[in-house]
Design a protein around this ligand. Structure first.
Ligand code: UDP
Ligand code: MG
Length: 307
């Protein structure tokens, strides 16, 4: 059995074409499959469209989440519910071409890879391209996770790797990072990322920034290292400045200026604020993880038995 997971959030215009193209792509290499649409708390007609499509295609299943949990949570729901011995994750806006699934499937079933991820050669959309590329390069270097550069959610895994991935229960999730973390034999397939077929991106700038922060804070000690480094430099500089001020005072060479005092207060103050912010990020993350809340909640699962 093969499972394809597609999270959708307010994608009503997309559903028909998305379902048609995905079914066609999947049927090109298997007839034993399920397509799991995760409705991530859509507020438009996405769910009713999905239910409509399901009438004609019994292999489509719908996981209706109780509210919007974010697309990493939606993918997680799919990973936990998928029955396949091969499982693929794909965005629901047709930016990841479903036609590539056949090649991914071939690499896993014939070339001995456990995981095959799509690596974006480029993207047609201009949106945030520079920021995204910079993020991936930055992430690769600071998190020490190789080969992750420019790969997102689009991927296929075999059962063993899916089982490994769903064992990671952290509530702050960055699946591309987690997928690299678990090891296994990883393969890549390069592709050009299409423009989203219609509608606005559902990952708003805010959501993307949070995702980036999740990736950096949960996969590296980099922010802490920066703090320690700057803190050490600051201490040395201010120690020297302090000695100077002391000597200055002792010999009574000059009246110490007001500006230097105020400047150092500003400087130290702002550095402390930044560090507090970084520490706060970690405290927040520890707090979130210790709450141990479910990553997603299912309102209804439309599978073979559900009417
Ligand atoms: N998505 C979701 N929940 C959200 C935001 C997005 O399930 O809170 C889905 C969305 O419907 C799409 C996929 O995640 O299928 C990727 O979203 P988008 O295209 O907006 O992200 P981007 O391409 O900008 O990374
Ligand atoms: Mg998109």
């Amino acid at each position: 059995m093969f499972s394809l997971i597609i999270p959708v959030y307010n994608e009503e215009d997309m559903i028909d074409e998305l379902a048609a193209r995905s079914i066609k792509a999947v049927e090109s290499f298997t007839s034993n499959y399920e397509i799991l649409f995760i409705n991530d708390g859509s507020t438009d007609s996405t769910l009713s469209k999905l239910i409509e499509v399901r009438k004609y295609h019994s292999r489509i299943k719908i996981v209706d989440l109780s509210k919007n949990f974010g697309h990493q949570a939606a993918f997680t729901a799919g990973l936990e519910m998928a029955l396949g011995n091969f499982v693929a994750m794909m965005d629901g806006d047709l930016q990841d071409p479903p036609e590539l699934l056949a090649e991914m499937h071939r690499m896993i079933s014939q070339e001995g890879f456990d995981i095959v991820s799509g690596k974006r050669k480029g993207r047609k959309g201009k949106r945030l391209r520079l920021a995204t590329n910079l993020f991936h390069i930055f992430f690769k270097h600071i998190a020490g996770i190789d080969e992750m550069e420019n790969s997102g959610n689009f991927s296929m895994m075999n059962r063993a790797s899916v089982n490994a991935l769903v064992q990671m229960k952290e509530s702050i999730r960055y699946l591309p990072g987690m997928r690299s973390f678990i090891g296994f034999k990883q393969g890549y397939i390069e592709y050009m990322r299409d423009d989203r077929m219609s509608g606005e991106p559902k990952m708003t700038l805010g959501k993307l920034i949070v995702l980036g922060a999740d990736a950096i804070f949960s996969f590296s000690k980099f922010p802490i290292k920066v703090c320690l480094f700057l803190g050490t430099i600051g201490t040395i500089v201010f120690f020297i400045a302090g000695m100077y001020a002391l000597v200055d005072k002792l010999f009574g060479w000059s009246v110490l200026g007001w500006s230097s005092t105020v400047l150092s207060i500003y400087f130290l103050g702002s550095i402390q604020l930044i560090f507090l912010g970084v520490v706060g990020e970690y405290v927040y993350r520890i707090y979130k993880e210790s709450q141990n809340r479910p990553i997603y909640l299912v309102k209804k699962f439309y599978d073979a038995e559900t009417e």
